[in-house]
Design a protein around this ligand. Structure first.
Ligand SMILES: C[S@@+](CC[C@H](N)C(=O)[O-])C[C@H]1O[C@@H](n2cnc3c(N)ncnc32)[C@H](O)[C@@H]1O
Length: 103
């Protein structure tokens, strides 16, 4: 763990399918940056997106370069208010969202 400007960063080595369910923490912000969902589907599964939501602090957020429909639907059903936004560089769209039910 280290500070990066105002952010406290935690790096957890290992396969996220095992490390995330076992992690006792809750993140304020997720930057979901796996390889493309077509090439790296295990990192974008409904089950893992549910773990992302379960490990998000109230009012926490995610952002991702991918706007793949099944990823947005998985994050929405996991509890995020999801929106598709304009992308950056060569990406036409990206996704972002805030965990619903924040105080
Ligand atoms: C596009 S790279 C992004 C890396 C990093 N965000 C960066 O900008 O340097 C995708 C990363 O996802 C990692 N990855 C793929 N499957 C994974 C898994 N099941 N668990 C944890 N990491 C995984 C790959 O090893 C790779 O480092």
């Amino acid at each position: 763990a280290f500070a990066f400007g105002p952010a406290e960063v935690t790096v957890i080595a290992g396969d996220a399918r095992e490390t995330l369910p076992a992690w006792p923490g809750a993140a304020d912000a997720w930057f979901l940056d796996g390889f493309s969902p077509a090439k790296n589907p295990e990192l974008w599964s409904d089950r893992l997106m549910a773990e992302v939501a379960r490990h998000t602090a109230p009012g926490g957020s995610f952002a991702s370069y991918t706007a793949a429909g099944h990823v947005r639907r998985a994050l929405a059903s996991a509890g995020f208010e999801v929106e598709r936004a304009s992308g950056h560089g060569t990406k036409r769209h990206m996704s972002r969202g805030i965990l619903k039910g924040a105080p």
